[in-house]
Write a protein that binds this ligand. Structure first.
Ligand code: NBG
Length: 792
C-alpha cells in the first residue's frame, strides 16, 4: 500500500485546513501532528472495516482480551510503520519543512497502563492484528492514566497525567452503543429466577481505536469504556444557584474512568476499584453478547464463537457476570450457564506475590454486587460438590479470592514463563491444580518486534535486513540466520556501529533533556521497570555505592566506565519503594559531583519512565539489569526487549530470564544469585542478612556510608527504611545475593573492555531472541487456549 508523496502532502494541507481550521503559516507542531495522524488514520479505516467484514463472512471465532491496562504508548509511528508509510510521510514532511522525529515525539503517550501486564496487552493486540486473528481488546479509557512522575529533592511526586487534555486522534467515540451498568440495590428471588435491581447506574460509553497489523493486512479494535452519568446535569438545582451540586452526578460517575489504580488503601478507594473492574467487565460482556445475539445465534454455541481472556484477576468478575447474563437474563439453566461461561473463559496469572492477588471483602462485594455475591457462592458450591477432595473455598474468612474464582471459572489458566507456571502449580494454585491437573498451561510472554525493533531501533533493523532476505519481522525465528555472522568481523563492526550510533543519540538526549553529560564509550547499564523491593533496584544502587567506593580507594584501578540508568515509578502508597527512589537520586547527586570518579561512573534516574522512554533507552543499552529475587518476577518482558536489541542480561534465574539464558546461551548471559529454591531455604535461616553482611566488607561499607549520612548531608536516619530492611528481615535477599552480583558485574566489566568479545555476545543475544516475539506467544494462545484461527 503506497501513496505518492504529492497526495499525502496535499492531504496533510487539507486536513490542516478543513479538520483543524488552520493554514500552514499558523500551524503549530501539534496541529501538524494532528493533521498527519488524521491522514494516517484515514488509511487505516478501510482495512479496519474490511477486516470486520471478513471476520464475519468467515464466521471466525472472536477473541476478546479483557484487561485493566493497555500500555499502548504512542500510536502514530506504529501506524506509519505498520502501513509501510515511513518513506512517504518522511518525504512529505521534509517537503513541508517539518522534522519527522520531532513530530512523532510530540504525541503524548497513551498512559493506560502501569507496567508489564499492560505493555504485554498492547504487544498482544499488535500481534493479533498482524496474525489476522479477529479480536477485540476491552479496557477502560482512563482520563488521567496512572500519574506523571516528577522528582522534588530526589523524592517522587505524582501529578495527574493529562494525555486526554487534547483530542486524541486515534479514537472513535460511539455514543450509539452506550451500555448502562448498575451497582448496589437488592436481589429478589422470583421462583427459580433472581431479579437484581441496582440502585446506582452509570453509562459505559465505547471509544474505539483501530489497531493495525504489519503491512496493514488486518486491523482489530481496542474498545475502551468511558464512564458517564445516566442523568448528567441537574438543571433545577443549577437554576436554584446550587452550581456544584448540579454537576455532582456527572463528577461521581466520571470518577470510574478517571485514574488507573486509585489508591485503594481506603474503603472508598477499594469500592472505586471494584466498581472499575465490574464496570469494564460487565460492559464488555454485554457488548459481545449483543453482537453475538444480533447474528441470531444460539447462546449455547457461544464457546464455539467466542474466547474471552481474563488478563489477571481484574476482570475476574466476568465469571459470575457471564453466568448471570446467561441464566438471569437469557434464561439458560444454571448448570448450563456455568458450563457455557467456563468454556468461553480463560485466565492469565501474572504474579505470585500474595499482596497482588486480589481479594474483596464479602461485605463490599455483597453491597456493590449483591447478585454476584450469591452467584459466587453457588459457583463455588457446585465446584465443591463436583470435587469432594476440595478443602478450601473461594470465599474464605469473609474474603472473596478472585484468583481462585478465576481458576474455577476458566477452561485454561496460564502462567507467563516456564518457571512461573511451575511455581503457580506448586504454590498459589496447588490445591486447584491437584483437582484439575490439565487446566494450567504455560505461555511464555513475548514482545512485538515491529515496535521493539523496527520502529525503536531502525538502524539495527536496517542492518538485519541487509543480511536476512524477506520479511523476518513476521518470522522472527529467522534472526537465527545472524548466528553464523556473529563470528564475522565485518558484521560485528556494523553491529557495534549501530549500538554506538544509538548510544550517541541517547547521550545527546540525556544532555539536552536531562542535563547529564555522559561518554557514549562507557557501558550503558540500564534498569527500567516499576520500583519494587522484589525487583531490587536497591541491590543495584548498593553495588553502585560499592563501585564508587572502590574507584575512590583505587583511583588507578582498571575500571570500566559505566553509566547507570534507572527509570520507573513507585506506587504512590508504597513507602519503601519511594525511599529507594530517593536513595538512588541522593547517591547520584554525590557520585555525579565527585571529580574523583568523573567519566568513570555516572548515575541517572530519569523521571516519568514510560513506553516512549523505553523505546529510546533499550536500543542504546549495553547491559540489561534483570535482578529480581528468584521466584518473584513472573516473566518480565523488558528482559526480552533488551536481549533482542543486543544488550546482554545480568540477571537471576527468575521468570523468563531462565528461558532467555537457555536460548542465548549461558556464555552470553551474566548469571548470579540464588535459585528460587535456594531463596526459600536461605530465607528460613535466622540472621541470613547479618551473616551475609559480615562476610562481605564491601556490602558492609556501602551500607555504612548510607548510615553515616554520606548521601544525606550527614543525616544518618534519612534512609533508615532501606538500610534496616536490608540489614534486618531482608525478605528479598539483597544482602545474600550482593557478593555474587558484584562478581557478575566485574565479569561484565572485563568482557566489555574486550570490544570484540562484547559485540559478539551482544549480537548473539539478538540472533537468538527470535523466539520471544509475541507472534509466537499469540499463535500458542490461539492454538492451545482459544482454538481461534487467522482469517488472513
Ligand atoms: C507482571 C509481572 C511481569 C510480567 C508481566 C506480564 C503484573 C501483575 N505482573 O513479570 O510482574 O512480565 O506481568 O506478564 O503486572
Amino acid at each position: 500500500m503506497t501513496f505518492p508523496t504529492r497526495l499525502l502532502r496535499d492531504d496533510l494541507l487539507e486536513r490542516l485546513k478543513f479538520d483543524l481550521g488552520r493554514d500552514a503559516q499558523d500551524a503549530s507542531l501539534r496541529d501538524w501532528r494532528m493533521a498527519v495522524s488524521l491522514a494516517v488514520r484515514a488509511r487505516i479505516v478501510t482495512p479496519w472495516l474490511a477486516a470486520r467484514r471478513a471476520a464475519e463472512a468467515a464466521g471466525a471465532k472472536q477473541v476478546y482480551y479483557l484487561s485493566m491496562e493497555f500500555l499502548i504508548g504512542r500510536l502514530l509511528e506504529d501506524a506509519i510503520v505498520n502501513l509501510g508509510l515511513d518513506g512517504e510521510v518522511n518525504a512529505a514532511l521534509t517537503e513541508l519543512g517539518l522534522d519527522y522525529d520531532r513530530l512523532v515525539e510530540d504525541e503524548p503517550d497513551a498512559a493506560l497502563g502501569n507496567g508489564g501486564l499492560g505493555r504485554l496487552a498492547a504487544c498482544f493486540m499488535e500481534s493479533l492484528a498482524t496474525l489476522g486473528c479477529p479480536a477485540y481488546g476491552y479496557g477502560i479509557r482512563y482520563e488521567h492514566g496512572i500519574f506523571r512522575q516528577d522528582f522534588e529533592d530526589g523524592r517522587q511526586v505524582e501529578h495527574p497525567e493529562d494525555w486526554l487534555s487534547e483530542p486524541h486522534a486515534w479514537e472513535f467515540e460511539r455514543p450509539g452503543e452506550d451500555i448502562i451498568i448498575g451497582f448496589g440495590g437488592h436481589v429478589r428471588e422470583d421462583g427459580a429466577r433472581a431479579v437484581w435491581t441496582a440502585d446506582e447506574h452509570v453509562v459505559a460509553r465505547p471509544f474505539d481505536m483501530p489497531i493495525i497489523g504489519w503491512q496493514g493486512r488486518w486491523a482489530n479494535t481496542l474498545r475502551l469504556w468511558g464512564a458517564r452519568p445516566t442523568d448528567g446535569f441537574d438543571l433545577s438545582r443549577f437554576n436554584r444557584g446550587d452550581f456544584a451540586a448540579a454537576a455532582e452526578n456527572e463528577a461521581l460517575a466520571r470518577t470510574i474512568s478517571r485514574v488507573l489504580y486509585p489508591d485503594d488503601t481506603t474503603e472508598q478507594g477499594k469500592t472505586l476499584r471494584l466498581k472499575q473492574e465490574y464496570f469494564f467487565t460487565a460492559a464488555s460482556l454485554r457488548d459481545l453478547l449483543r453482537r453475538f445475539v444480533l447474528r441470531g445465534r444460539d447462546l449455547r454455541s457461544l464457546p464455539q464463537h467466542v474466547a474471552i481472556q481474563m488478563n489477571d484477576t481484574h476482570p475476574a468478575i466476568a465469571g459470575p457476570e457471564l453466568v448471570r447474563l446467561l441464566h438471569d437474563e437469557h434464561a439458560m439453566e444454571f448448570d448450563d450457564a456455568i458450563d457455557t461461561a467456563r468454556a468461553c473463559l480463560a485466565y492469565t496469572n501474572h504474579t505470585l506475590l500474595p499482596e497482588a492477588l486480589e481479594t474483596w471483602s464479602e461485605g463490599l462485594m455483597a453491597h456493590l454486587l449483591p447478585r454476584h455475591m450469591r452467584l459466587i457462592e453457588r459457583i463455588d458450591h457446585r465446584h465443591a460438590m463436583a470435587n469432594p477432595a476440595r478443602r478450601t473455598s473461594v470465599v474464605d474468612h469473609g474474603h472473596v479470592k478472585m484468583g481462585e474464582l478465576s481458576f474455577i471459572m476458566a477452561n485454561r489458566v496460564n502462567g507467563v514463563s516456564a518457571l512461573h507456571t511451575e511455581l503457580m502449580k506448586k504454590t498459589v494454585f496447588s490445591e486447584l491444580h491437584g483437582l484439575h491437573p490439565d487446566r494450567i498451561v504455560n505461555q511464555t510472554n513475548g514482545v512485538t518486534p515491529r515496535r521493539w525493533l523496527k520502529s525503536s531501533n531502525p538502524r539495527l533493523s536496517t542492518l538485519i535486513s541487509s543480511v536476512i532476505e524477506g520479511d523476518w519481522l513476521v518470522d522472527l525465528d529467522r534472526l537465527a540466520e545472524l548466528d553464523p555472522l556473529c563470528d564475522d568481523a565485518g558484521f560485528l563492526t556494523d553491529f557495534a556501529g549501530v549500538k554506538q550510533d544509538n548510544k550517541v543519540d541517547l547521550a545527546n538526549w540525556l544532555a539536552r533533556d536531562h542535563g547529564f553529560s555522559v561518554d557514549p564509550a562507557a557501558m550503558f547499564d540500564v534498569q527500567i521497570k516499576r520500583i519494587h523491593e522484589y525487583k531490587r533496584q536497591h541491590l543495584n544502587i548498593l553495588e553502585a555505592i560499592a563501585l564508587w567506593q572502590d574507584m575512590r580507594a583505587n583511583p588507578q584501578g582498571n575500571h570500566t566506565p559505566r553509566v547507570k540508568i534507572f527509570g520507573g515509578k513507585a506506587a504512590p502508597g508504597y513507602v519503601l519503594a519511594k525511599e529507594i527512589i530517593e536513595l538512588i537520586n541522593a547517591v547520584a547527586a554525590v557520585v555525579n559531583a565527585d571529580p574523583l570518579v568523573r567519566g568513570r561512573l555516572t548515575i541517572a534516574f530519569l523521571p516519568n519512565y514510560n513506553v516512549s522512554m523505553a523505546e529510546r533507552l533499550i536500543p542504546a543499552a549495553d547491559l540489561s539489569e534483570q535482578i529480581s529475587t528468584a521466584g518473584k518476577e513472573a516473566s518480565g518482558t523488558g528482559n526480552m526487549k533488551f536481549a533482542l536489541n543486543g544488550a546482554p542480561t545480568i540477571g537471576t534465574l527468575d521468570g523468563a530470564n531462565v528461558e532467555i539464558r537457555e536460548r542465548v546461551g549461558a556464555e552470553n548471559f551474566f548469571l548470579f544469585g540464588m535459585t528460587a529454591e535456594q531463596v526459600v531455604a536461605r530465607r528460613a535461616l535466622d540472621g541470613h542478612a547479618a551473616a551475609a553482611i559480615a562476610a562481605d566488607p564491601r556490602l558492609a561499607r556501602a551500607l555504612q556510608a548510607i548510615r553515616d549520612g554520606a548521601f544525606s548531608g550527614g543525616d544518618g536516619a534519612r534512609f533508615a527504611g532501606v538500610c534496616d530492611n536490608v540489614m534486618g528481615p531482608d525478605y528479598f535477599l539483597v544482602a545474600s545475593d550482593f557478593a555474587d552480583y558484584w562478581r557478575a558485574q566485574r565479569q561484565a566489566d572485563a568482557v566489555f573492555r574486550d570490544t570484540d568479545a562484547w559485540t559478539r555476545m551482544a549480537a548473539r543475544n539478538t540472533a537468538r531472541s527470535g523466539w520471544f516475539s509475541s507472534d509466537r506467544t499469540i499463535r500458542d494462545y490461539m492454538a492451545q487456549i482459544w482454538q481461534a484461527s487467522s482469517v488472513t
